[in-house]
Ligand binder design. Structure first.
Ligand code: SF4
Length: 65
């Protein structure tokens, strides 16, 4: 069972983690962070494919059509 101090520490850690993840997602969604792409990556299996603005991803989306 958590005591009060552990509960507060866990809450603070969760808040910091949420802020970092949320801030990162916000910046990525606003295209403020450039994705780096390894040459061996396959766009269709990439986790950021749907939102990627790199030429390689755009070409891959066009090829799908
Ligand atoms: S979607 Fe394609 S171009 Fe964009 S980061 Fe992923 S692998 Fe690279």
């Amino acid at each position: 069972m958590m005591n009060r101090k552990e509960f507060i520490q866990a809450g603070l850690r969760l808040s910091v983690l949420t802020g970092i993840v949320g801030g990162s997602l916000f910046l990525v969604s606003r295209n403020k962070v450039d994705f780096t792409c390894s040459e061996n990556s396959v766009c269709k299996s990439c986790t950021v494919f749907s939102g990627c603005e790199l030429d390689k991803a755009k070409q891959s989306r066009q090829d799908e059509r």
